[in-house]
Design a protein around this ligand. Sequence first.
Ligand code: FAD
Length: 520
Amino acid sequence: ILLILNFILHKADSGCNNSVTTSLVQFPPNEVLISLQSQVLDGHLSLKDNEDAAKDFGNIHHFPPLAVLHPKSVSDISRTIKHVFEKGSDSELKIAARGHGHSLQGQSQAHEGLVIKMESLQGHEMKIHSGEFPYVDVSGGELWINILHETLKHGLAPKSWTDYLHLTVGGTLSNAGISGQAFKHGPQINNIFQLEVVTGKGEVVTCSENRNADLFHGVLGGLGQFGIITRARISLESAPKRVKWIRVLYSDFSLFTRDQEYLISLKDTFDYIEGFVIINRTGILNSWRLSFDPKDPLQASQFNSDGKTFYCLEMAKYFNPDEVEVVNQGVDHLLSQLSYIPPTLFLSEVSYVEFLDRVHVSEKKLRAQGLWEVHHPWLNLLIPRSEIHDFAEVVFGHILKDTSNGPILIYPVNQTRWNSKTSLVTPEEDVFYLVAFLSSAVPFSTGENSLEYILNQNKRILDFCSHAQLNVKQYLPHYSTQEEWQAHFGSQWGAFVERKRAYDPLALLAPGHKIFQKAM
Ligand code: FAD
């Protein structure tokens, strides 16, 4: 009866009656947790007020843990995992590392388990090494925005980014970390020299391309399955001071993708290349004017976007103030080779930090309107170049013909520049596209704006890919059964299972992905 009461109270407390949202009852701590409390820690273990650990950016699944570890040292993490591991497979206590909790489907949660709050490790000194191959050593719980500010003090910065920097190193490296620099430098997981990892047995292991390479490759893109990243050595380059940031529009998808692919094939090209789809929005160019200047203001003001689908190519060129002339010539030359709609050339010049931290500006605006902490049923797909036209025709032409519930990113990358030894799975073509449907739904909204509608739309997109037998891979993947995971990993599944057996044989780590439910 107490449990049922607890369940009802918890439901009422969560204040959300949306049918898709999952809330589960919180039980009293089990035996392993009681024994864990007797461990001497530099940080501390919290058994109550842990609601935050049951939340994530997706805001669709809410699985409360029994406890949260706030580690102050790597040995806090190692000792805790070792303790749980030594209890053997009888311990049902699963362990999830939580970075900034910006995953989408409960991946950083541990239902009735233990969450390790990696941000508590932040603040450990970042060590920068300049030289021929500069790098910075950071904690796995460090936010990329902090790394940017710290490395800039030395005139350096990481090469590859995500669009949003308020994410942790461990959180993005366990996926990939993909943005507009990835066509050139590969994703963030390509730009790591060394990792320190605590495995599912509690062992602390340093790994790199030359040392414990199997663990190194396994952990990069490994969805947190083989170990917790406690430190990372990130490759750096000279940081520019300024950025030319450019947007142009296309109404023809073939011209848009042809230009994108052309730009990423060049050696001397932009430093960042992305793109997005604009479905049925009026006055696009007017809304850009706040932060971008049209090259031809008169013509731009006459441009009518009503009721149409456009494709926006977004490019950026980094430079220092003494290089303005050369950079302008280079940019003009590149733009002269593109086939965009002429009045839609919009330019802006911002500092490097402003450019990289651009999504944070939108975050502040959305927060002010109460629109940041809403549902985020995002869908991210990697699509081979040879299939992108079939995909676009059906998805942009039919499924999402009239409206979208958030930005839709679309840009190609060069697979040849990506390290194929990591756990990340991608389509098997030299060029593939990232297509990201970044939808949001305000709780309790109905019809086309509701969470159910968007989830159904995502399903229609996935069903289409499957019926048309497109060789699409999910990025930031989400599946419910091991069979689906096996299909996702394809020929890499065997190696993935072997690594799990070697590094986390009791399947303690990262239960939120639902890949391995039982000890191996
Ligand atoms: P969490 O959500 O806390 O954790 C994610 C996963 O990583 C969980 O499985 C967790 O257990 C595991 N994990 C966390 N820390 C560690 C660790 N130290 N060691 C091992 N495993 C760990 N992604 C891109 O690639 N490109 C983008 O441009 C991009 N933009 C985004 C913009 C926004 C606004 C948001 C919300 C997300 C974006 N993402 C992007 C997705 C993001 O990279 C992932 O969701 C990432 O996992 C979030 O990092 P986090 O620190 O919040 O991780």
